[in-house]
Design a protein. Structure first.
Length: 256
């Protein structure tokens, strides 16, 4: 019963896709991803519009679907990333219902699909996790270390975040879901933490705690005056350029 209540408070999926990449002038391909437990997920592959920095797997946050992340894809492809966007189970055109274990399985399926795309160098794959997607991307990174991991507006864990939004729920009843802070010490990939100074959903203290707990190499960039959903919408070019500059420094030498 507690888990069902948590899911109702945690996941806010939308089935309606409000924007597709072509509406933003982006060329894209539709993808169908299969998970190891039989779900069928929907995704998009969007090619870089600049000298490529490598492929980037984007794990979005707990609300909406891929249609609400077209702007993210436009900014990231403009600076050199090939982007794979996908919806968790229960979101957009994906089958099933969301759950913690399900989101982890979904990210693994998305990575498998990304690695099957033509020309992908496995050494150059980046993950970007937005909010809840930060925990999902970290889980994937622990099993399949990327060239670099970006945590965008990420939280330390549901048990720590719960009292911020649901103070009437005793902390002891909040499941220890998505325990990012407890797990991040095991990360074996470069980390970039991005957060808005005035994030009203996930306090900046979560980003600082994750940064301090992570092993090196690690970087953090705080966007002055921006809130939880502002980094792409209002940060714009700066949001993408910070990621591109960091990723550019991590590129491996050309394969022989």
């Amino acid at each position: 019963m507690i888990r069902s209540l948590l899911n109702a408070m945690l996941y806010f999926p939308s089935r309606e896709i409000v924007e597709t990449p072509d509406q933003a002038g982006l060329e894209y391909r539709e993808l169908v991803l299969s998970t190891d437990d039989g779900e069928r997920l929907h995704g998009w592959w969007i090619d870089s519009r600049a000298r490529t920095l490598g492929p980037l797997l984007l794990c979005h946050g707990n609300a909406g679907n891929v249609g609400d992340r077209v702007l993210h894809a436009a900014l990231l492809t403009a600076v050199g990333f090939d982007v794979l966007l996908f919806d968790y189970r229960g979101y957009g055109r994906s089958s099933g219902r969301p759950s913690e274990d399900g989101t982890y399985r979904d990210a693994a399926a998305a990575l498998s699909c990304l690695l099957e795309q033509a020309g992908v160098d496995p050494r150059c794959v980046f993950y970007l996790g937005e909010s809840l997607g930060g925990a999902v991307a970290l889980d994937l990174a622990l099993d399949h270390p990327p060239a670099g991991l970006v945590l965008l507006s990420a939280f330390t864990g549901i048990r720590e975040l719960g009292p911020v939004h649901y103070p009437f729920v005793p902390t002891g009843l909040i499941p220890d879901a998505y325990p990012t802070l407890r797990r991040i010490h095991a990360l074996r990939a470069p980390l970039l933490v991005l957060h808005g100074e005035r994030d009203e959903i996930v306090p900046l203290s979560h980003a600082r705690a994750l940064f301090e707990a992570a092993p090196t190499p690690r970087d953090i960039h705080v966007f002055p005056g921006l809130g939880h959903n502002d980094l792409a919408a209002r940060g714009g070019a700066e949001f993408a350029e910070v990621i591109a500059a960091w990723a550019g420094e991590l590129q491996p030498p050309p394969a022989s």
